[in-house]
Design a protein around this ligand. Structure first.
Ligand code: GLP
Length: 256
């Protein structure tokens, strides 16, 4: 696991954008796993500005709310269209986001998994972390081997996401999310976290025990993880000086 601490969210995002841009240039038909929420907003803005060629890329989003029409302004379909897809030349047929309106959730989820496998798996999975330690919408006590399925949100996550709905009562209770096992199958995971609010969950995930109580901690078991964080999110990491030192002394060939 490589932990990269930068002074600001913008600086940490730039490192992440370089990583993604490098992959897209090297592998124009790459498969990207994408996240929503406030965390990747800057990343998508930077990627748009880089004017990369998205024509052959395939994307799979982590999650979507159950029962929310794709046209709803707080749906992750709307989020992705607004903040990324309408600004790049991606082929619509290559975009995959869980269908929160599906009438058969288990069948849809099995098909989503099958589609990921059919394109050869995810090359790089972008992740944020919830204040409860979730990745995607895998709330605490999610099976570390879980696949795409329905989950019930915790009260904390519904409160955290109320900002996107205007009011807490409007936040759905259920979501479809890639499982932790699904995420772990990605060849490379890129975790972003910004702000003081994330410091505790991040420290528990990176330096605490691997536990379903903090689903992001499973990433300690993944062979290739890059973590890009700002100083505030890193503030509770006990080895933060070591991570800075390691990044500053990276061999030239390893530089991002
Ligand atoms: C959301 C998403 C996650 C995201 C996390 C953090 O609700 N389902 O994929 O990483 O919770 O959200 P934010 O980036 O808004 O802090």
């Amino acid at each position: 696991m490589e932990i990269i601490i930068q002074p600001t969210p913008a600086a940490a995002t730039s490192v992440a954008a370089r990583l993604l841009a490098g992959l897209i240039r090297k592998k124009p038909a790459a498969v990207l796993g994408l996240a929503t929420g406030s965390t990747p907003l800057l990343l998508y803005r930077e990627l748009i500005a880089l004017q990369l060629n998205w024509r052959k890329l395939t994307t799979f989003n982590l999650d979507e709310y159950v029962g929310l029409d794709p046209a709803h302004p707080a749906s992750y379909h709307s989020f992705m269209e607004e903040n990324l897809f309408r600004h790049v030349n991606i082929a619509k047929k290559n975009v995959h986001i869980p269908d929160g309106m599906t009438r058969d959730v288990p069948k849809f989820c099995a098909r989503y998994e099958k589609k990921i496998r059919a394109v050869g798996g995810v090359d790089l999975q972008v992740l944020g972390i919830g204040t409860v330690g979730h990745i995607g919408f895998n709330e605490p006590t999610s099976s570390l081997a879980s696949r795409t399925r329905i989950k019930t949100l915790t009260a904390q996550t519904r409160r955290d996401n109320a900002k996107f709905f205007g009011q807490e009562e409007a936040v759905p209770y259920h979501v479809i999310t890639m499982g932790i096992g699904t995420i772990m199958d990605a060849r490379h995971c890129l975790l972003l976290a910004f702000g003081k609010k994330k410091a505790r969950a991040l420290a528990a995930a990176l330096e605490g025990p691997i536990s379903a109580m903090n689903p992001a901690s499973v990433l300690q078991w993944h062979p290739k993880v890059t973590v890009c964080v700002d100083e505030e999110a890193a503030s509770e990491l006990s080895l933060r000086d070591y991570y800075r030192w390691a990044y500053d002394h990276k061999p030239g060939w390893q530089k991002i």
